[in-house]
Ligand binder design. Structure first.
Ligand SMILES: Cc1cc2nc3c(=O)[nH]c(=O)nc-3n(C[C@H](O)[C@H](O)[C@H](O)COP(=O)(O)O)c2cc1C
Length: 153
């Protein structure tokens, strides 16, 4: 069974809630889901070829939440090339923050691009100014993302 590595960054629980809502949909689509918070050396070596889904909010001024920052810096420092990996990014933010809108999601997108991974779909930005139910746009985005991922396996 193909696997999706789920990487979640959240301060107040919104992105966590989105991840919890999406996880059964991924499983129903036939993917095993593994939540990843920190990678071992062998986990890093085996990462290429895996499917990655980043779901993160933004804190501070375009910053990564504390519970996903260690993973980001591990990837940035170890720099495992991931040309066989596919990924998606769901970025929660608030457009009233202007230039730093969804900054953490975009930082992850940029890093995964630098590692050579192939993004499926566009980065989904979910604006807290527009919705109190971020799981709804996330669910809509997920269905075609999963279909494309399945056809790429
Ligand atoms: C102190 C603070 C700083 C924030 N900074 C940003 C920011 O720079 N850019 C942005 O798009 N959203 C920012 N946000 C908005 C959050 O990313 C948004 O509310 C998100 O839905 C929170 O998700 P979470 O509950 O998973 O942490 C900030 C929110 C707070 C409370």
């Amino acid at each position: 069974m193909s696997k999706i590595c789920l990487m979640v960054g959240s301060v107040y629980g919104g992105a966590d809630h989105v991840a919890e809502q999406l996880q059964p949909l991924m499983q129903q689509a036939g993917f095993a889901v593994e939540r990843v918070e920190q990678l071992t050396d062998s986990g890093l070596r085996q990462l290429d070829g895996s499917n990655l889904l980043v779901i993160t909010s933004t804190t501070g001024s375009g910053d990564l939440p504390d519970n996903i920052a260690p993973l980001y810096y591990q990837l940035q420092q170890q720099f495992p090339l991931l040309p066989q990996s596919r990924y998606g990014v769901i970025a929660l933010g608030d457009s009233s923050y202007g230039d730093t809108y969804c900054g953490a999601g975009h930082q992850f997108d940029q890093l995964l691009q630098e590692l050579g991974a192939q993004r499926i779909g566009s980065v989904l930005q979910i604006d807290a100014c527009e919705t109190m139910e971020p799981e709804q746009p996330a669910q809509q985005w997920l269905a075609p993302w999963l279909a494309e991922l399945a056809s790429a396996q």
